[in-house]
Ligand binder design. Structure first.
Ligand code: ATP
Ligand code: MG
Ligand code: MG
Ligand code: MG
Length: 562
């Protein structure tokens, strides 16, 4: 491709509203443009990166035995009513009506559509397991779209769903996809970590998030400095406090006059810097549900609370109260995965976490129309606190450290949450009707592009890993008006194309400084500068990852690039 023909409007200035590197650089390098808050156009170079990431994903998904399909973004409300999420998903779900006043949603995720599809087509255990995936646009009306592609309202997701006749089969596919994710993010050149995204209480094996390590990550990861233990801090505290939950509940019962306090009051009371909010856990003891509100990463109703080493709790008389409090339907928590609906909670002797992945727990949802009884002393009494840096790792090996992460992938054992709600059954070997067991597996494809940009850049621009770079080689004749330079550059360009490389030739009549600045901004792995020494058959080769350059004879280029 010739640079005079591409559409990649570069900017010298840092766009004012772009806070993080990836957002700034993807705009500056002309890889994308914003259309509205959280909504972007991919320009040609950005689209090439996106396609490269998709290609890696497709290869690894198919290697893991998943088949691609494509489901509609526009989904009838009836499906969401069947699962119960029409009522529980909250304002993140983009809803609309057609001309006949029928309700629709723009897919935030596709559990409903796929469950209905498989329910209607698969009737026998002989057709299971089945793993299907798609790469498709998702819509979520995020409360705070930000950081460019990292948190968009329209974004590209790879979502996969698996259907099984046994737990063992789900475990096997889960492990296989876990490995596929590891391959995908490694091939994308990312420094990442798979972390437990569920409670230790539930075994911690049922859901993992893939976190790209980055200071701007919105999630905090607690990891052991010596073992492989790593957990999203939303979940990690539970590991530390689970054993205490009975005590917590007992303590909660000792509160005779519950104070009606707002989150703002609590943060003031505790003298906290109010920049983070609470998350919630629900424990079941005897016949009662107790909700414990703990530190989290999100903002709730514009009130933020941070570092609350303690918890507040509400004792709830019934599941209906939980339902009311969580503003959801019993048995229908959660978008991409409901880790614990209330029935599941009831199965566990002490408790389960309703957190992180749950729609009912999305930002702003805990506290709608609820008065929260708070008593910090209770938490103190029960010694409930969060895992902290320096704590012994929950696996007993090493010491806990914290890091920030960007969630690029999420794998989840759903169980029968959707199949039971929507009647996705099959006949087993004995002719008995059974509900299918499901798993779901998401990757933020557009978010991954931004995460790569976030990890691979310097003051001059982007530094794409070869596997995802829009072009591998950038050939730059310093002055196209000089015949030798132009002709040699053309020759190199043609030769590399013939060898199968993605090459961009900067054939523009621009000053050298402009060309170099654009080249650094674009960040292709290898730059070949054809300047004065071209007459002697010498060019300069620069490796963008290291910014090291060397002179080289033109004949050596092809062996070097290999
Ligand atoms: P987050 O915690 O960041 O809001 P999530 O847990 O809501 O993400 P999932 O429902 O697990 O997201 O969706 C699967 C994947 O889709 C996520 O792991 C993430 O990579 C991506 N994703 C989710 N929300 C967005 C968004 N608003 N913009 C871009 N990618 C997103
Ligand atoms: Mg998440
Ligand atoms: Mg989310
Ligand atoms: Mg998630």
């Amino acid at each position: 491709m010739r640079q005079s023909m591409i559409f990649s409007p570069t900017l010298r200035e840092v766009p004012a509203d772009a806070e993080v590197k990836s957002h700034q650089l993807l705009l500056r390098a002309g890889f994308m443009r914003q259309n509205a808050s959280g909504i972007y156009s991919f320009l040609p170079l950005g689209l090439k990166v996106l396609h490269n990431v998709e290609k890696i994903i497709r290869e690894e998904m198919e290697r893991a035995g998943a088949m691609e399909l494509l489901m509609p973004a526009l989904q009838p409300a009836e499906l969401w009513e069947e699962s119960g999420r029409w009522y529980s998903y909250g304002p993140e779900l983009m809803r609309m009506k057609d001309r006949h006043e029928r309700d629709f949603a723009l897919g935030a995720t596709h559990e409903e559509v796929i469950t209905a599809l498989v329910r209607d087509e698969v009737k026998s255990y002989k057709r299971l397991p089945l793993t299907l995936y798609q790469i498709q646009t998702k819509f979520r009306d995020e409360k705070r779209p930000r950081f460019g592609l990292l948190r968009g309202r329209e974004f590209l997701m790879k979502d996969a769903y698996s259907f099984h006749a046994s737990q063992e089969s789900l475990d096997e596919v889960y492990d296989r996809l876990f490995q596929a994710y590891t391959n995908i993010f490694s091939r994308c050149g990312l420094n990442f970590r798979a972390v437990i995204a569920d409670s230790g209480a539930m075994g911690g094996k049922d859901t993992h998030e893939f976190m790209v390590l980055s200071d701007i990550g919105e999630d905090t990861i607690a990891y052991s400095d010596t073992s492989s233990y790593a957990a999203n801090i939303e979940m990690a505290p539970v590991v530390a406090t689970y054993e205490k939950s009975t005590e917590v509940v007992q303590a909660a019962r000792k509160v005779e006059t519950p104070n009606q306090k707002s989150i703002a009051d609590v943060s003031k009371f505790l003298q906290l810097d109010p920049t983070k909010c609470f998350k919630s856990m629900i424990f079941k003891v005897d016949d009662k549900f107790v909700m414990v509100l703990v530190r989290g990463d999100h903002e709730v109703n514009d009130i933020k609370v941070k570092n609350l080493y303690g918890a507040s709790m509400v004792e709830l008389a019934s599941a209906e109260e939980v339902q009311k409090l969580m503003n959801c339907t019993v048995g229908s928590l959660g978008p991409i995965g409901a880790p614990a609906d209330l029935e599941i909670i009831a199965d566990h002797a002490v408790g389960a976490i309703v957190n992180g992945c749950c729609g009912a727990n999305e930002e702003g949802y805990h506290y709608i129309n609820v008065n929260i009884d708070i008593d910090y002393k209770v938490a103190q009494f029960a010694d409930l606190r969060f895992i902290q840096e320096g704590d012994l790792s929950p696996d007993g090996q090493g010491v806990i450290k914290f890091a920030q992460g960007i969630e690029v992938g999420h794998v989840f054992k759903l169980g029968k949450r959707y199949s039971e709600a929507m009647g996705a059954t099959y006949l087993d070997e004995n002719g008995k009707t059974q509900s299918m067991i499901m798993g779901c597996y998401g990757i933020g494809v557009s978010r991954t592009v931004a995460a790569i940009a976030e990890q691979h850049n310097d003051e001059y621009g982007l530094k794409w890993p070869a596997a995802v770079a829009p072009f591998t080689v950038h050939v730059i004749p310093v002055n196209v008006k000089v015949d030798t330079q132009r002709e040699k550059a053309e020759k190199i360009y043609e030769a590399l194309l013939a060898e199968g490389y993605d090459v961009l030739l900067d054939d523009r009549q621009e000053r050298a400084g402009v060309k170099f600045a654009d080249a650094d901004l674009f960040g292709f792995p290898i730059r070949i500068t054809v300047g004065k020494k071209a007459e002697e058959g010498i060019v300069e080769v620069k490796v963008r990852q290291t910014n090291e350059s060397q002179e080289m004879a033109i004949e050596e280029l092809s062996t070097y690039i290999k």
